[in-house]
Design a protein around this ligand. Structure first.
Ligand code: UFG
Length: 337
């Protein structure tokens, strides 16, 4: 049995990862989260389900005053870092929020874990490091040319990890996520952002009648139906890849940078058709102009993930939408929306 730190463990992907780890192993975790976007409700649901295997430390990401005393008391076998702000639009009008949390606090976290001789670090990077790619599907060899501050923060941390990778006491995996959606089958944790900006949760909320209409941003992209194309990946597939990446760097003792996507693109219209089919709701869609900073097409090559991790995405877009729909309905029935 091992013990892991999960930074940002009360957020959407972090809490789904904790649930995945609890279900597939006998390990323990400490969730570190300052609850600025993470939810205490997710921590409580996890504690209720997994009891004494879950520890919670309310703390900023790299706070030495909280983390040093905690780490002096316990042996930790690896760190999974999900604790970042991740809204592209917000990063453009409040860059300091992004550079401070995603870069400065992550550097502090890295410094602390090195001081405590924790070697293995799994980092949530993003397709946003690629900017507007020259070729599709995007391979990991493509140049990093982020076009927004969010993508720049992820690029900066990748550069720092590369600079550290000569050290014997540090090995990392950088996982470049594409568009993550859906939730765990048992609906223990789920996706809750405030404000919500992502396509699938907004579409299912609109299907539930919580919004009057959905705004479709951009119908003049150079794509078959004129709307932007993205590579959607189910959060549970993504969590499985995190564990595979951890095992890989532990065994190979070498850093790893890999895309996590399905290698399949769906246009916004195709996603909305799927949501309307799954939910049975013909909600209103209003066509609007492009959202600034949105690339036309982002599709991952997943060859490297297959080769290095023996991993590929298994769950379909329909399964992502079905679980997102079930989650929003549950929250609505519980009076939480
Ligand atoms: N969209 C709409 N209407 C909405 C919301 C979104 O038309 O109400 C469109 C967007 O314009 C975009 C597509 O749906 O074309 C997907 O948008 P999301 O906001 O769901 O996701 P993004 O592709 O903008 O970004 C997500 C993550 C980023 C990550 C990126 C990688 O939020 O952190 O995927 O592909 F970098």
């Amino acid at each position: 049995m091992s013990h892991f730190l999960v930074a940002g463990g009360a957020g959407y992907i972090g809490s789904n990862f904790v649930k995945y780890l609890m279900d597939t192993s006998d390990h323990e975790v400490t969730l570190i989260d300052n609850l600025s976007t993470g939810r205490m409700e997710a921590v409580e649901s996890l504690k209720e389900q997994y009891g004494s295997r879950i520890f919670f430390l309310k703390s900023d990401l790299g706070d030495p005053e909280k983390l040093h005393p905690y780490l002096h008391k316990r042996t930790v076998d690896g760190v999974f870092h999900f604790g970042a702000f991740s809204l592209v639009g917000e990063s453009q009008y409040d860059p300091m929020k992004y550079y401070y949390n995603n870069v400065a606090c992550t550097l502090s976290l890295l410094k602390i874990i090195l001081e405590h001789e924790i070697r293995h670090f799994v980092f949530s990077s993003s397709a946003a490091v690629y900017g507007i790619p020259e070729k599709t599907p995007i391979t990991e060899a493509a140049e990093r040319k982020p076009i927004n501050h969010y993508g720049k923060t992820k690029t900066m941390i990748e550069e720092v990890m590369e600079a550290l990778s000569g050290r014997e006491d540090f090995v990392y995996a950088s996982l470049r996520y594409f568009n993550v959606a859906g939730t765990d089958e048992e609906l223990v944790v789920g996706e809750c952002h405030d404000p919500e900006t992502h396509l699938i949760p907004i579409a299912v909320k609109t299907a539930l009648g919580l919004r009057d209409h959905l705004a479709l941003f951009g119908t003049d992209y150079p794509t078959p139906d004129g709307t932007a194309v993205r590579d959607y990946i189910h959060v549970t597939d993504l969590c499985r890849a995190h564990w595979a990446a951890f095992e890989k760097i532990r065994k190979a003792n070498e850093p790893l940078t890999v895309n996590l996507g399905s290698a399949r693109g769906y246009s916004v219209r195709e996603v909305l058709e799927t949501v309307q089919r799954v939910t049975g709701s013909r909600f209103r869609i209003l066509e609007e102009g492009r959202r600034p900073g949105d690339p036309p097409v982002l599709i991952a090559s997943s060859e490297k993930a297959k080769k290095e991790l023996g991993w590929q995405a298994e769950r379909s877009l329909e399964e992502m939408v079905t679980s997102a729909w079930a989650w929003e309905k549950k929250r609505s029935e519980d009076g939480l929306l």
